[in-house]
Ligand binder design. Structure first.
Ligand SMILES: Clc1cnc2c(Nc3ccc(N4CCOCC4)cc3)nc(-c3cccnc3)cn12
Length: 275
């Protein structure tokens, strides 16, 4: 229902309460007065978006996420601005971020992890087909919907995958623990950085901490590039095999998203879903 966004303003919404703090702004639970529809408003203060790089990033976030319609991707209904704010109107995710969920429940079961991973893979298939790379997959950017489904959110770092005609991507971005080795080494990279981050996420869901966590930036970077993954004994052999298959240091040695969905560990926990 694409509303004529130019007419929207803050007083079309009733702010209920703050539900989260992002890097550059706060997220609020709000009600669209005209229909009573519950939404999340991501409100950014213009004066905090001083340098135009952030504005460019925000425009790209709205442009990219606004055109994605998938059950595992958080919907962006639209955006508007007034004198001091830029506001993004987002789908409200009933159960918050996976990060908070993990904090509350330490580790989660292998079954639930495998079901989350499968849903994120379907979201990644959807955006990679459009040559979009998310570049910042991590528990803080994954939200849990009303039926426990995962929603990929925060396309602030999303960009278009390079093709032969464009200059290679080398911007280092995302969150340190989730950076792919090729990013740490400032080598050109592509969609495979999202596959790597999926492996890091899977490890963190099962173990409770990311695999290359260390004290300090440099040691973490060294571990990402050089160290093998150390998987604790409580992790099943299928999950171990899955993590080792995904966390390949060399990008093109990583499995495709389709290979991931066909892995035994994913299949054994996602059998009832459609093939
Ligand atoms: Cl965008 C967007 C859409 N929906 C949300 C959302 N939803 C949400 C639901 C429920 C609870 N509560 C559940 C009961 O315990 C108290 C928290 C929080 C957030 N949170 C964030 C967010 C962002 C940053 C930090 N932390 C949360 C961003 N969101």
């Amino acid at each position: 229902q694409r509303t004529i966004l130019s007419t929207l303003s803050m007083n079309d919404f009733e702010i209920v309460r703050q539900i989260g703090k992002g890097k550059y702004g706060h997220v609020y639970l709000a009600i669209y007065k005209a229909s009573g529809y519950i939404v999340a408003l991501k409100i950014l203060l213009k004066q905090e978006l001083q340098h135009e790089k952030l504005l460019k990033q925000l425009k790209r976030e709205v442009e990219i996420q606004g055109n994605l319609d998938h059950p595992n991707i958080l919907k962006l209904y639209g955006s508007f601005q007034d004198d001091n704010h830029i506001v993004m109107i987002l789908e409200f995710a009933q159960y918050g971020t996976l990060y908070d969920f993990l904090k509350r429940s330490q580790r989660i079961t292998e079954g639930r992890s495998a079901r989350y991973i499968a849903q994120i893979v379907r979201a990644l298939q959807f955006i990679h087909q459009k040559h979009i790379i998310h570049r910042d997959i991590k528990p803080e950017n994954l939200l849990v919907g009303r039926n426990g489904e995962i929603k990929l959110a925060d396309f602030g770092w999303a960009t278009y995958a390079p093709d032969l005609s464009s200059t290679p991507l080398t911007t280092v971005c995302g969150t340190l623990d989730y950076l792919a080795p090729e990013m740490v080494r400032r080598l050109p990279y592509n969609e495979n950085v999202d596959v790597w981050a999926l492996g890091i996420l899977c490890y963190e869901l099962l173990v409770g901490v990311p695999p290359f966590e260390a004290i300090g930036f440099h040691e973490t970077c060294r571990r990402i590039v050089c160290d093998n993954v150390n998987i604790p004994d409580h992790v099943s052999s299928e999950a171990r095999n899955f993590i080792l298959m995904v966390l390949q240091k060399i990008p093109f040695c990583r499995p495709s998203l389709e290979d991931i969905l066909n892995h035994p560990w994913i299949r054994m926990h996602n059998s009832m879903t459609t093939p």
